[in-house]
Every structure is written in structure tokens, then in C-alpha cells.
Write a protein that binds this ligand. Structure first.
Ligand code: EPU
Length: 422
């Protein structure tokens, strides 16, 4: 098991290339199941989660080759085992995004029901409601979702909203299944995240007929078949936001290349409000900070609101702000595993239901801490860059699931991070 030893404080300077989006790449990889033949997906980051999905696709019958990690060749000519095993789904709950494509391609699918994880319960009821709306018969059997549509799927009007708004992977599943359904499907309260727009654009390149891309109402005219595709995934807005936070917390100056600010307006607005300067460039931006960090009240929301995947990183910035802040989590109300760990580094954070009250402190102090989930771990890395002393972060495999070579990228900007295997 690896740990990070991080010496702080540092001031980051230089330029960093943002990788392709993990959360766009995963459903796009799953979508290749819909198109018999050889697809090429470019820009997929070289991450543990991408390898898990590649392995899952192979177990379904597809052939997957990766070239230096970023170019994936997926041959989905044969899909003869429509089963997502527990062993895979328990490693990565995003494996559920295979359910819709398998059902549409094979008329049946058996996928392990994902459990909860460090950030909450994470049910999939809305995925199932949407697929049932398309005519699938679904029941649970020994922890597996068993879905059948022996006579094919049929388009219909489906409302996909839930208690916490839209669902990203639920939208992906229903959208992918609807591309091959008979007739027209209207998905109301669809997720508007850029990763869903990227998936929809990729599906249209395969021959799907999807309108309303990027809006909460997706209209899908079903087609008889889809063809293989070549597609480059969008840049990772969460990785970009994490590097923005790294520049801001260290009062540094970092150029982000391959970053789409248009996908990040809420992030740019909040980071600017707390004292970061963000200047657009041709293919990204330059992030810097001169003055003090200012407090703010922030609520996470579905896109285009402030993303839950940057909540933990923002909290570290506000922990060092000149005053009191409140962060309210409206997507995953329990996603606060980082709070206790940050308090071990001398932050002053108090959880109150789905909110955290943050009393800004003058400095953070290094401590041994434990990574709990992907974004919480990224927040600990940020805290360590600014803290006095040497922070030890245990269980960094969580970070490796979603950040490509994070220590190498940060060290190239002046961080002092050593990876150690214990
Ligand atoms: N929800 C339901 N029922 C469902 C589905 C979702 O109640 O059937 C609830 C969830 O419990 C949550 C809310 O709806 O309260 C939104 O969840 P969503 O389904 O949108 O999450 P997801 O699709 O499982 C994706 C990302 C997450 C990201 C969320 C929210 C991928 C692979 N994962 O998850 O990314 O936090 O959307 O934006 O795309 C991460 O990258 O660290 C990560 C956790």
C-alpha cells in the first residue's frame, strides 16, 4: 500500500496539462458495447478506474487494448456474456453504467447491485425506474440486478429527477439504452453535466439521434443500430479545479493547459470570489493569488452549479480564509469524511447536518492523515501543500483512482511529494 509524504508549505509555479475526464471516459467506454465493431477512445486518463472498466468490458466479450494509457481500442464485435460481476462492481460502482448498453445490445443484463461507499448510500433506483420506463423487466436476485427486454425497448417519456436532483450515471444508462429503443424517448430532468453532453455527442457520432444535448430535456429518436466511433474525451474539469485550488492555496501561479473554462463557470466564480485570479488563455487559464483568501458560503448543486466533486478541495481553501464560511452539500449530504482529518491538521471545521461551518485559521499544521475517498484525499494533498511540516497521507490508492500521476504533476510545479510503498 502506498503513502504520500508531503513537505510544506510550498508555492506552486509552472504549467500543467489537464488529463481527459475520468467521468466522461467511463460511460463513453461503456457506450461502445452498443456498436458492434472497433471503436477508438482517445484521451482516457491512465487510471485504476479506467482499467477496471476495461477489464469489465473484456469479461463481457469485448477486446480492449490500451496504448500508453490514453488511446483505447475497444472491439465490441462480440458481447456474449452480459454480466457485471460483484468483484468488479464492488471495486468501482460506476460499473453500473454498463447496464443500459447491455440491455439494449443483448436484450438482457445481469449486473451486481452497487453498495454504498465512503460518500454515502448511493442508490440506483432512478436508473432502474428509467429502464423500466423503456419496457425492461427488472428484478433483484442474490444481490444482482437482472434486467430483461426480450422484445426490445420502446421509447417513452421519462422523468429522471430524484430527491437530490438529476442523476449523472442514471441519465447515462437510460440515454444509452434509449438510442436503440423503438420510437422516441424524452428524458426530463436529465443531468446536464458536460460528461453527459460528451457521451451524447459520442453517441450521435455512432449514429444515434439525440437532441437537447446539455439541457435537462433530452429527446432521443431510436435507431436500428449504431456504428463504431473514434472519439476524444473532454478534459477533466475536476482535475482542473483541483489544480486551481492548488495554485490558490499555495499563493502560486499555475497555467492549466487543456482546460475548458466554459464547463467550470460556477467554479471560476467561487474561486474568484475567494481571492484567486483566473485569466483565460487559448486552451486553458492561468490561476494565481496575491491577496488573502476570503470566506464564502457555498452550496453544491447539479451542473451548472458548484460541483460536489470539488467540495472537499474548496473546504481546504476556506479553512485558511480570513473569516467564517459555510459549505452545504446538496448532492451527497454525508460527503464529509475529510472534515475530521482536516481538523487533525489544525483546521477549525464543524459539521452541522449537511453543512460544515468553517472558521478560518491562520495556518494548517502537518499530521499523519488517512485518505478516505477520491476527492477527500485530494483535499488532504492540498492541505499538506500549505501546511507547516511533513504530512503523511495513508491509503493514497483512493487518489490514484481519479488523478493521473498527481504527485509527478504537482512536483513539476514545485511540490515536495514522495510516494512510498509500505
Ligand atoms: N441518486 C438517487 N437514486 C439514483 C441515483 C442517484 O437517489 O438512482 C442520488 C444520489 O444518491 C445522489 C444524487 O442522486 O444524492 C446524485 O447522484 P448521481 O447519480 O448523479 O451520481 P453518480 O452518477 O453515481 C457521478 C460521478 C460522481 C459525482 C456525481 C455527482 C461518475 C463516474 N461519478 O456519480 O463522481 O460525484 O456524479 O456529480 O461520473 C468522483 O468522481 O469522485 C465522483 C464521486
Amino acid at each position: 500500500m502506498d503513502l504520500f509524504e508531503i513537505k510544506g508549505p510550498v508555492q506552486l509555479e509552472g504549467s500543467v496539462n489537464i488529463s481527459g475526464s475520468k467521468n466522461a471516459a467511463l460511460p463513453i467506454m461503456a457506450s461502445t458495447v452498443l456498436a458492434p465493431g472497433k471503436s477508438i477512445i482517445r484521451g482516457a486518463p491512465n487510471l485504476a478506474d479506467i482499467s477496471v472498466l476495461a477489464k469489465l468490458l473484456r469479461s463481457l466479450g469485448a477486446k480492449v487494448k490500451s496504448n500508453a494509457g490514453s488511446k483505447l481500442r475497444i472491439d465490441a464485435s462480440v458481447i456474449d456474456n452480459p454480466v457485471g460481476h460483484y468483484d468488479t462492481v464492488r471495486k468501482m460502482r460506476a460499473s453500473i453504467c454498463i447496464l443500459g448498453p447491455l440491455l439494449a445490445r443483448c436484450g438482457q443484463a445481469k449486473v451486481s447491485m452497487p453498495g454504498g461507499c465512503a460518500i454515502g448510500d448511493r442508490p440506483v433506483d432512478i436508473h432502474l425506474r428509467g429502464l423500466r420506463g423503456l419496457g425492461a423487466q427488472i428484478h433483484l436476485e442474490n444481490g444482482y440486478i437482472v434486467a430483461e427486454a426480450p422484445h426490445g425497448l420502446a421509447g417513452t417519456d421519462i422523468f429522471l429527477g430524484g430527491p437530490f436532483g438529476s442523476t449523472v450515471l442514471g441519465t447515462a444508462n437510460v440515454l444509452m439504452a434509449a438510442t436503440l429503443a423503438k420510437g422516441t424517448t424524452v428524458i426530463e430532468s436529465a443531468a446536464c453535466e458536460p460528461e453527459i453532453a460528451d457521451l451524447a455527442n459520442c453517441l450521435n457520432k455512432m449514429g444515434a439521434k439525440i437532441r437537447g444535448i446539455g439541457s435537462p430535456r433530452l429527446i432521443i429518436d431510436g435507431v436500428d443500430s449504431l456504428s463504431p466511433v473514434e472519439h476524444t474525451v473532454i478534459p477533466d474539469r475536476v482535475e482542473a479545479g483541483t489544480f486551481m485550488a492548488a495554485a490558490a492555496i499555495t499563493a502560486g501561479r499555475v497555467e492549466l493547459k487543456n482546460c475548458r473554462l466554459n464547463d467550470m463557470m460556477a467554479v471560476v466564480d467561487k474561486f474568484s470570489g475567494i481571492g484567486a485570479q483566473i485569466e483565460p488563455t487559448d486552451n486553458g487559464c492561468v490561476v494565481s493569488r496575491d491577496g488573502p483568501l476570503k470566506p464564502a458560503d457555498i452550496t453544491t448543486q447539479p451542473y451548472p452549479g458548484f460541483p460536489t466533486d470539488l467540495q472537499a478541495q474548496l473546504m481546504v481553501l476556506l479553512a485558511l480564509a480570513d473569516g467564517n464560511s459555510v459549505i452545504t452539500e446538496k448532492i451527497f449530504p454525508d460527503r464529509f469524511m475529510h472534515v475530521a482529518e482536516l481538523n487533525r491538521m489544525a483546521a477549525n471545521l464543524r459539521k452541522e447536518g449537511p453543512s460544515v461551518i468553517i472558521a478560518g485559521v491562520k495556518k494548517l499544521i502537518a499530521a499523519p492523515v488517512m485518505a478516505s475517498d477520491l476527492r477527500a484525499s485530494a483535499a488532504l494533498v492540498l492541505a499538506a501543500l500549505a501546511a507547516e511540516g511533513t504530512t503523511i497521507i495513508n491509503r493514497v490508492y483512493h487518489i490514484d483512482r481519479g488523478y493521473e500521476r498527481i504527485e509527478q504533476k504537482l512536483n513539476a510545479l514545485g511540490a515536495k511529494i514522495t510516494r512510498k510503498t509500505i
